[in-house]
Design a protein around this ligand. Structure first.
Ligand code: SF4
Length: 475
């Protein structure tokens, strides 16, 4: 399927021309990167941090290479704990499963803690279409739900909203008094959400990790909403991408060190919940039913691809977004799907068979900053390069493809290179000044020279200068 070539280009152009957004991005992203760098540098010698990354990378890769074995183990252990496991091939099936559970339990209101998989599924509109009210309870997610937007960042979904924006939303939706005091805004949201927690029939959460040997869902949050979501309502449904599995409970400690430091610069997140099934007879609280929905939605295709499967190691810390010079200017919405930034530029086209985001592999300078900070050592620039040939095939115009074919032919033979160079020298004469072409209106040059000069073909090629005596020149 031909993908729209210029989707990212168009939406990023809008973002970079928005001064308010640029200011917010500059401020928040700098805060995240400084906090991450300080947490890593002050607590560990560099070699220890490297060893931790190496170990985490290897655990994730080994799990992925034996995913069927570990998924089977998850299934057995969740069921042994009294829970139910469902496998969903795609977003539609995952939605059907959640809806079935909701209908069986006569659910009217669902509270949700943050789940990127539920964003992939577009679970909220699906529930709403069936008359079920979904309420996001992570503060950032709550804000964007009121604003009817999608997350702007993996870990900070509303980072593009100023306190004034949030105040206006709360005035419109919660009838609150105007204020730009952050504590007051938090109190307004907390009051509104308390009522939702108390009256919800079902809680839907994500899962940061799913431990195979114990059938445990590990949830990492900073606001306590995750714990309320998973323990107050009668039914708890945890949604997890299949790649979220890790083998053993002892592996969790390593990931709980890497994840918060890489994400927010915290030593540990405020709430780390370990959920192994529904409430037991001896428990004081907890849900009567527990369901784990393991979602494929393109992940198994990624797993089959030897070059790209590394992307499934991602633990969604967001560090690669914060250091990316492209994300720092465009923000998250320009990427057009759930996962923005460098990792989004890989998983969006790869999980969607290039039906989405076919131009995203080019949304990178390949500077390598993402690779340096990734806690599971994903070689993001290499994966982007691996995706580019296919992306070019999907997005390039016929003129670009023809030009590239000619370019390859030309570079293969010296005579044709020299012939083409002579022709280019002749053609560039009216356009070039002092060795560069500025502001050309010619179709293929115009896009390039809008923002930077194009180097003109040298008057004498290197080969000619070599033949003319460069080889005998003094060193
Ligand atoms: S690719 Fe690495 S740095 Fe980026 S979100 Fe995933 S784990 Fe974090």
């Amino acid at each position: 399927m031909a993908a729209k070539a210029a989707a990212f280009k168009r939406s990023s152009a809008v973002a970079v021309r928005n001064p308010k957004l640029q200011q917010t991005l500059h401020h928040v992203v700098r805060h995240f990167t400084e906090a991450r760098d300080a947490a890593v540098a002050s607590e560990f010698p560099p070699e220890t941090w490297e060893q931790m990354r190496e170990r985490a990378s290897s655990i994730k890769l080994q799990t992925l290479l034996n995913l069927d074995f570990y998924l089977d183990m998850v299934d057995r252990n969740v069921r042994r704990n009294g829970g139910h496991v469902h496998f969903a091939a795609d977003a539609a099936e995952a939605n059907r499963i959640v809806l079935d559970i909701a209908k069986r339990n006569a659910v009217k209101r669902v509270i949700k803690s943050k789940s990127m998989v539920s964003e992939e599924m577009r679970l909220n509109p699906t529930l709403e279409a069936e008359g079920i009210v979904p309420v996001e309870t992570d503060l950032g997610e709550y804000i964007i739900q009121l604003a009817k937007e999608t997350p702007f960042h993996i870990i900070a979904p509303a980072m593009h909203k100023t306190r004034q924006d949030v105040s206006r939303l709360f005035q419109d939706w919660l009838r609150s008094a105007p204020t730009d005091d952050i504590k007051t805004l938090c109190a307004i949201a907390r009051n509104a959400l308390r009522q939702q927690f108390a009256t919800a029939d079902m809680g839907v959460s994500g899962a940061n990790f799913v431990v195979a040997e114990t059938g445990t869902v590990v949830l990492v949050t900073n606001e306590g909403n995750g714990r309320m979501t998973t323990s107050v309502p009668r039914v708890h449904v945890a949604l997890a991408g299949m790649e979220r599995v890790i083998p053993a409970i002892e592996d969790v400690a390593l990931f709980l060190r890497l994840l918060p430091r890489s994400a927010t610069g915290q030593r540990i997140t405020s709430y780390n919940s370990f959920i192994s099934g529904p409430r037991r007879a001896s428990d004081e609280d907890g849900p009567e039913e527990f369901h784990l929905v393991l979602v494929d939605n393109g992940r198994l295709n990624l797993l089959k691809d030897e070059r790209l499967r590394e992307a499934l190691k991602c633990i969604r810390c967001g560090a690669c977004l914060n250091v990316c010079p492209v994300y720092q200017k465009t923000g998250g919405h320009a990427y057009g799907w759930v996962y923005p930034g460098p990792i989004g530029a890989i998983v969006t086209p790869a999980m969607n068979g290039f039906a989405r985001g076919a131009d995203l592999p080019f949304a990178s300078t390949l500077c390598g900053a993402c690779k340096d900070v990734c806690p599971v050592k994903i070689d993001i620039p290499k994966l982007l390069l691996d995706l580019r040939p296919e992306a070019a095939r999907r997005t390039g115009t016929w003129a670009e493809r023809l030009l590239m074919r000619r370019w390859v032919d030309m570079m293969r033979a010296r005579e044709s290179l020299e012939r083409s160079s002579r022709l280019a020298r002749l053609m560039q004469r009216p356009l070039s000044r002092e060795g560069v072409i500025r502001r050309s209106r010619l179709p293929l040059l115009a896009a390039w020279t809008q923002a930077r000069d194009f180097p003109a073909v040298a008057e004498k090629s290197f080969a000619r200068r070599w033949r003319d005596g460069l080889s005998r020149a003094e060193p």
